[in-house]
Design a binder for this molecule. Structure first.
Ligand code: NAD
Ligand code: ZN
Length: 243
């Protein structure tokens, strides 16, 4: 349900998209919650029962592999029943129509690409690709899920996500930075902006900035326009105006 104030902000967002010649969308886990995937920091997120620093870290992988493996198996299994929602497809359409130029994401779920958005910069890697932590040899999902060791060096297998304590993939980061610097408009959707260095990206543009998020936080004051609401519903409403 939209209220009159929301209608105004949708119209404002619509105008900014129309005026911009180069728009970059930066998404976080809140983009995927409406597909049924929990985010991290919401009350119903993954971190409710588990401290991230005990599982999504290099240390956990190396010293507490059972817990690491259990956590990622649960996330991989949760993803098996998920599909992109209407908002993902709207972003694809906007890219094809030239309303937006790039999607940059912290999500590891591959849902933007599954919705046919192209050239997505995956800043935190992908949970759909697996390799050996020690030698980098590629592995299959089946090998990871069944807790096999690397066929070359017997090392531990892992998904190719960026763990706390690891650097971001250089190519994806440079790519994102390049487009953020070209942008006349940056739209952040569904991110608490708590994770460094992605949290810095909105500050690195000379363009206007928009924040679409379910819950507001101290980061909102930085943005030119703030929309408190669902990623999917906001994209549907603004798409209606763009038609
Ligand atoms: P986060 O959990 O810290 O923040 C998500 C934000 O989205 C919250 O502020 C929440 O209020 C908001 N939100 C939740 N549902 C929403 C909706 N329907 N519409 C709009 N906003 C909504 O997630 P983050 O900022 O992306 O944190 C980054 C870390 O989370 C990254 O390391 C990322 O890789 C990881 N992560 C990824 C996935 C995924 O790939 N789907 C899932 C969980 C976490
Ligand atoms: Zn190996």
């Amino acid at each position: 349900m939209t209220n009159p104030h929301q209608e105004e902000t949708f119209t404002e967002l619509y105008k900014l998209i129309k005026q911009s010649n180069y728009t970059v969308v930066l998404t976080g886990a809140g983009m995927s919650t409406e597909c049924g995937l929990p985010d991290f920091r919401s009350p119903s997120g993954w971190w409710k029962n588990i401290d991230p620093l005990t599982v999504a870290t290099v240390e956990a992988l190396e010293t507490n592999y059972d817990l690491f493996h259990e956590f990622y198996c649960a996330r991989i299994k949760a993803l098996e029943n998920c599909h992109p929602h209407e908002g993902h497809y709207i972003l694809t359409k906007w890219q094809q129509n030239g309303h937006i130029q790039r999607v940059v994401t912290q999500n590891v779920d591959g849902l933007h690409t599954q919705a046919q958005t192209t050239h997505v910069a995956e800043l935190h890697g992908s949970i759909l690709i697996y390799s050996c932590h020690d030698c980098g040899n590629e592995a299959s999902k089946h090998q990871f899920l069944s807790k096999e060791n690397c066929s070359l060096c017997n090392g531990k297998l892992r998904p190719n996500v960026v763990l706390f304590g690891e650097n971001l993939p250089q190519l994806a980061w440079n790519n994102a930075l390049h487009h953020i610097q070209l942008a006349e408009l940056v739209i952040v959707i569904g991110s608490s902006l708590q994770v460094y260095p992605v949290s810095q990206l909105p500050k690195m543009t000379n363009g206007k900035t928009i924040y679409i998020n379910m819950e507001m936080n101290e980061k909102q004051s930085f943005f030119d326009l703030v929309i408190e609401g669902s990623a999917r519903d906001t994209l549907i409403e603004v798409d209606r105006l763009l038609k």
